[in-house]
Design a protein around this ligand. Structure first.
Ligand code: PDD
Length: 282
């Protein structure tokens, strides 16, 4: 069965071709997106996905097609029309369609779309085994807090990682600080404390990142929001990445060197369990 698609106020399936060639999302990556997970037909962390999308739209001066209630209603309708009980919703808003030019007319009607997508979330064996990552320079623009459709730098870096047999790539800035993954937030564990890049314009404020920080603080685990220097990567005890699709995923090897003893760390395991329990309880 094709995925259920919402496009500008109506419902269809992804079999229908709905985007014009002059859509600025297609031409320029001029828009934002969200990836929302649903489990047992329950949409997770909806209010925070909505408010992150709204902030991105505000920064790009694109008028939002939804308020929180109409957004939730649209997402709910997609799930109700779909046969899937677990999966993801991909949501995208672009500035809209107009004759190709860098400058754009004021008050274009945005293009709003969302669709359901089957997704195989990592199973327990993968979550215990963890993943290998490599590092690469961060070639993205300076507004990484916006979940922009422009993912070219992320896509190129991820492809190199895939060719190198790695699962994710950690993006490093010119000061040799670790920012985040191409599609995940990054955490190191050092001397019993979590270390992760502070929010700001250099990283996406990951929803799982913020939940994990709250869970850690609730367990009296200290959290230092400061960048991890590339050199530190060789002396940390544990590491993990977080994202909507991966949850809390241990990192056991970075650039061919083992993290700690090369196995999922105890604090990582603990936070992974707390986060999985939280998702199941929502
Ligand atoms: N990516 N950093 C980047 C650059 C991301 O693209 C993502 C998410 C994250 C984690 O954010 P969250 O916890 O809100 O999922 C961090 C999504 C899942 C994607 O592009 O598919």
């Amino acid at each position: 069965m094709a995925d259920i698609l919402y496009i500008n106020g109506r419902y269809t399936t992804t079999d229908e071709k709905v985007i014009g060639v002059e859509d600025r999302g297609f031409q320029f990556g001029d828009g934002v997106y969200e990836v929302v997970k649903f489990l047992g037909r329950r949409l997770l962390f909806m209010p925070v996905h909505f408010s992150r999308m709204q902030s991105g739209l505000e920064e790009l001066e694109i008028e939002s097609p939804w308020d929180e209630a109409t957004f939730e209603k649209m997402c709910r309708e997609l799930i109700d029309r779909s046969e899937m009980s677990d999966g993801i919703l991909y949501v995208q808003v672009t500035r809209g369609e107009s004759e190709r030019a860098l400058f754009y007319p004021e008050n274009l009607a945005p293009t709003a779309l969302a669709y359901t997508r089957r997704f195989t979330f990592p199973g327990s064996a993968q979550k215990e085994r963890g993943v290998k990552v490599i590092t690469m320079p961060d070639n993205r623009w300076r507004h990484c807090n916006i979940k922009s459709l422009n993912l070219l730098a992320n896509a190129l870096a991820r492809k190199k990682a895939q060719r190198a047999g790695a699962y994710e790539v950690l993006l490093i800035n010119t000061d040799m600080d670790v920012r985040e993954g191409a599609s995940s937030s990054f955490f190191a564990v050092r001397d019993g404390r979590l270390v992760t890049h502070p929010t700001g314009t250099a990283i996406l404020p990951g929803i799982v990142r913020n939940e994990v920080i709250s869970l850690a603080l609730g367990e009296k685990i200290r959290v230092d929001e400061r960048p991890v220097h590339e050199h530190e990567l060789y002396s940390i005890d544990e590491a993990f990445i977080t994202s909507t699709t991966q949850g809390v995923m241990p990192v056991t090897e970075i650039d061919g060197r083992m993290v700690g003893n090369g196995r999922r760390g105890e604090i990582t395991r603990h936070l992974q369990k707390l986060f999985d329990d939280l998702e199941s309880s929502l």
